[in-house]
Design a protein around this ligand. Sequence first.
Ligand code: SAH
Length: 360
Amino acid sequence: MAHGPDLAELERPALEAALAERGHLRFHAGQIFRWLYRRGVTDFGAMTDLSRELRADLASAFRATTPALAHHERSIDGTQKFLLRLADGRSVESVFIPDTPSNTFCISTQVGCAMACAFCLTGRMGLVRNLTAGEIVGQVRVLADALQMRDAPFNIVLMGMGEPLHNYDETMKALRVLTDAQGFAMPARRITLSTVGVLPALERLASEPVMPNLAISLHAPTDAQRGQLVPVNKKYGVADIIAAAKRFPLRKRSRITFEYVLLAGVNDSPQDARRLSRLLNGVKSKVNLIPLNAAAGIPFDRPSDAAVDSFARILSEHGVTVSVRKSRGRDIRAACGQLIVEGQKKSAAQQLAVAAFGDR
Ligand code: SAH
């Protein structure tokens, strides 16, 4: 394979500049984008609307890297999990969730995660490294190919491994590439960024040209409870998050989603529901309840369906729009919070040993 800059890491303006530097017309960047993202072609020789000279020069000066599909599993409910191997041998997981009601790609932004939320398996790995923009978009390229969905509409949720706002620059770059009119041309409203609430980055996001939908992982209505579940709450507390959410610029008719993982006996009482609805009073929001996906080593229980229903009913009675996330792909460990890469578990255990967060 050729060496040189990786075209999969370049936004279109940067690709135009790289072409110009080698004496080519900037215009070819759009053609190359269409090959890479619309047709899934990374072999420069096959880019037949480019001149032979340009193809040869591209092949000598650049490369175009794609994560390798290492493993693929299908759940009885139709959810599919993809293990992708990256150029340095690390791996990430991406998940395809059919008809929710749209087809959704759940994409990772980091290998592991530094946030260490108490109920999340990925959090147990610690942060191994950030993904590059090319690796984030690469997951979409691989899934679109594997699922033969290059021409089909789908949504993207940044809810896989990692905290997208903890890998801000590469995540934003990935969003610009995904929404580029010559590439996938994803409408920004089909992309949802889910964050635990890294506030300075959230403020920055408010002024970005490409504005995804926003989901904030809240999980508890008080700092005392949230601090036990989400370590970063000690830095950015509940009131700060709500204030930032109120200031956040939203598209017409759109709202912020608050995700709330329900843990039996921890944050699922009627009082918690009433507190949550008071907290969200005046915030253009909806609540997505996620009954815990339990796993070995996660010291919490999933509430009963009746408890989930009654929590949802209280919210709804207080005027909060609420939905309950159906757990998908649990049999293949593809559900929320279950993404952890085998073979990296050892380093996860080592990280755990040094992590200083309580007795999880
Ligand atoms: N770091 C981002 C996005 C990744 S996780 C964030 O925190 O929002 C996507 C969602 O799955 C988050 O709301 C997260 O809290 C939730 N989640 C994590 N572990 C879970 C588990 N075991 N069961 C259910 N949901 C979980």
